[in-house]
Design a protein around this ligand. Structure first.
Ligand SMILES: *Cc1c(COP(=O)(O)O)cnc(C)c1O
Length: 458
């Protein structure tokens, strides 16, 4: 008999989670004003709100915590992090930051000015926020295939080179401080970028003399997809692939809460010493001295160890295999999900799930509430609430896709939990015709309203 797949780790410590009753959940979600962000974690059985900072650290990472060097300057923890970053990414210079958006804040303070243009592939929301905050604009050059959830394409994170060259050609070089390639592309559903595309973007950028930075939160998951899907990489190790990927970039920003499997942390990697030195001033202003930048020594140790573990093939196979296991179950049930499955999450197409609901009734949020009521599973809306109102007209923006994202924390849940999630969503799918009323907004903040919005049933 062929031996089946099995996880590449075992459990040493556990945290109890509790199932609740439907009556309890009805009461809790009403008290939370139908906003899943307002639920207390003990009111949730399986928490798929995000994969950011929610992973389980290993025994080696915990032991590294004990070895943390908390010296203000010259700490060994700083050297450990520097060595891990240069070994894995190839970048000789780095600045530690407390998380990914802090890395964006420091880097963009150094190079972006008002009126600038930053092309990329579906910039992540904090990235876009930090660009727009500086009165610059983000131009999305993702391939069109990314926006059709049913289309099978191996690298939906790819940049459309004609679109990109169009932007580079029609603007003076001084107005384009950098190109940002997000690997994997979070906003288009954890979809990978091919090595071929990274190389082509790098060549194009060189032609126009513009630096390329990778927004690298899930760079290791991206490398896994390259190994599995791209010609010529099957026999290369993840580390070899990662090094080649970063060879096409001038630098990187990193949210270590993703692929470095820590609860908090981030950094910026640089190839150019001059730029690193320029950014240092902002790092000291915003984050802390360059040898810790918002992180404790113990956190830097755990991060360094996490970078090694996060780039192991067996770990990535287990991780991405689990996401695909859930995706395949849902697909087999006939539930409309984005395909191919992303690296960190499954996206359910809420408009196709609940076609009877008008868009004004917050379709993906309604579905996420129904899934919570059914099984105590917390997903998150990626739709109208998240899109906010148009700042000029004050009208609601209705995005093309209404998605419910089920993000899977790293090394946290078992495949039994995946079965539970799939069964809960199947039950909602079975009674979908009875869901004839959605939700409406009672109270909202002017921006980033999804965190605090109060809703009620229509
Ligand atoms: C999470 C994330 C960020 C921001 O990182 P934080 O650590 O949450 O501040 C930036 N870019 C991408 C692609 C991300 O996934």
């Amino acid at each position: 008999m062929k031996l089946p797949f099995a996880e590449s780790y075992k459990t040493k410590m556990v945290e109890s989670i509790r199932r609740s009753t439907r009556e309890e959940r009805e009461k809790w979600i009403q008290e939370a004003n139908y906003n899943l962000f307002n639920l207390k974690s003990n009111q949730v059985f399986i928490d798929l709100l995000t994969d950011s900072g929610t992973g389980a650290m290993s025994d080696k990472q915990w032991s590294e915590m004990m070895l943390g060097d908390e010296s203000y300057a010259g700490a060994s923890s700083y050297s450990k992090m520097k060595n891990a970053i240069s070994e894995i990414t190839g970048f000789p210079y780095f600045l530690p930051t407390h998380q990914g958006r802090a890395a964006e804040n420091v880097l963009f303070s150094t190079i972006i000015k008002a009126g600038d243009i930053v092309p990329g592939n579906s910039h992540f929301d904090t990235t876009k926020g930090h660009i727009e905050f500086r009165k610059a604009s983000a131009v999305d050059c993702t391939i069109d295939e990314a926006f059709d959830t049913t289309l099978d394409h191996p690298f939906k994170g790819d940049i459309n080179l004609e679109k990109l060259e169009g932007v580079l050609k029609s603007n003076p070089k001084e107005k384009i401080p950098l190109i940002i390639v997000t690997v994997t592309c979070n906003s288009s559903g954890g979809q990978p970028v091919s090595m071929k595309n990274m190389k082509a973007v790098s060549q194009l950028a060189k032609k126009y003399d513009i630096p390329v930075f990778f927004d690298s939160a899930r760079f290791a998951e991206n490398a896994y997809f390259i190994k599995i899907r791209e010609d010529g990489y099957r026999d290369k190790s993840i580390r070899e692939i990662v090094l080649e990927m970063f060879s096409y970039a001038d630098g990187m920003t990193m949210s270590s809460k993703k692929d470095a499997i820590v609860n908090m942390g981030g950094f910026i990697g640089f190839r150019d010493k001059g730029l690193f030195e320029k950014a240092t001033m902002y790092n000291i202003l915003f984050e802390g001295y360059i040898s810790y930048g918002g992180m404790s020594g113990r956190d830097m140790n755990a991060l360094a160890q996490g970078l090694y573990e996060g780039t192991e093939f067996n770990y990535l196979e287990t991780r991405i295999g689990q996401v695909a296991y859930l995706g395949q179950k849902l697909k087999d049930f006939g539930i409309p999900v984005q395909y191919p499955f992303g690296g960190h999450a499954i996206f359910v197409d809420a408009k196709r799930f609940l076609p009877q609901l008008p868009k004004e009734q917050l379709v993906a949020q309604t579905l996420a509430v129904e899934l919570y009521l059914e099984g105590g599973v917390r997903g998150v809306e990626i739709g109208t609430l998240l899109a906010d109102r148009d700042p000029e007209t004050g009208e609601n923006r209705y995005p093309e896709l209404e998605l419910m994202r089920l993000a899977i924390p790293r090394r946290v849940y078992s495949d039994n939990h995946m079965d539970f999630i799939a069964a809960a969503l199947f039950n909602v799918f079975e009674r979908k015709e009875q869901i004839t009323k959605g939700l409406k907004i009672v109270e909202e903040a002017p921006i980033l309203r999804h965190f605090t919005v109060k809703l009620e049933k229509v």
